[in-house]
Design a protein around this ligand. Structure first.
Ligand code: URA
Length: 234
């Protein structure tokens, strides 16, 4: 939300009501600005003003940044007809203004970053910014040295013209790798493993842009990011 902002827009946004309802509330004198009733729909509002609707202060939350440990079965979308969305896991007001910075598949678990700061989410998701993402991957077959070389050099994804950008593979166990990639194409990790004749069994995102998922954040839990984490993506 940008300030100064029209009063009706502010009420609609923070009161989570349509703009027409906000206008009606103002006209019916249900709104005060710094203690004074006003009927001016386009009155300019700044972050310092105290706005009340029906006697309740509407608190502007400012920029909000969260990390969530996504459980399986949730979709990374603002709304979905069939499945629960990751936003439903947040007990926060104004969910409609939040963006998911880099989506995970329904069966992928782990770190999802969520914010209402569009410039910040752009820093994370823009292909030009080349932010590292780290995945813990359980695979169907052990990787050969040639497979590792191919993944680290660049593989041809089905339906893509360019090779993938160099990745980093850490072999943790015969059936488990940690994969660091800078791209975030649709099903990127699953397609990379498919390109070397393998298959992803489970996929878990551990880190994005230097922001690491807390070990003690259980699936479905979330927390606010601290300033250091927020600045990592900038
Ligand atoms: N790559 C995938 O294939 N799926 C994800 O959810 C994330 C990266």
């Amino acid at each position: 939300m940008k300030f100064p902002c029209r009063l009706d827009k502010f009420i609609s946004h923070l009161g989570e009501i349509p703009r027409t309802h906000a206008k009606a509330a103002i006209k019916k004198k249900r709104v005060t600005v710094n203690g004074e009733i006003t009927k001016q729909l386009d009155k300019p509002i700044t972050e310092q003003d105290e706005i009340m609707l029906d006697g309740e202060v509407l608190v502007y939350q400012g920029m909000r940044y969260f990390m969530l440990n996504k459980p399986e079965g949730f979709v990374c979308a603002n709304s979905d007809d069939l499945h629960a969305t990751v936003l439903e896991l947040l007990e926060e007001p104004n969910l409609g203004e939040l963006h998911i910075a880099g989506r995970l598949d329904i069966d992928t678990t782990g770190l999802v970053l969520i914010s209402n700061d569009g410039q910040w989410t752009h820093q994370i998701t823009s292909p030009k910014k080349q932010k590292f993402k780290t995945y813990l991957v359980e695979i169907a077959e052990p990787l050969s040295e040639d497979d590792i070389d191919a993944l680290e050099t660049g593989v041809q994804l089905h339906g893509e013209r360019e090779l993938t950008q160099p990745a980093k593979v850490e072999v943790l166990a015969p059936y488990q790798i940690r994969l660091h990639i800078v791209e975030g194409k649709y099903h990127q990790v699953k397609r990379m493993l498919a390109a070397v004749g393998n298959k992803v069994v489970t996929l878990h995102r551990e880190a994005v842009a230097g922001i690491v998922l807390d070990d003690d954040l259980a699936p479905g839990e979330y927390r606010q990011l601290n300033d250091e984490e927020i600045n990592l993506a900038k």
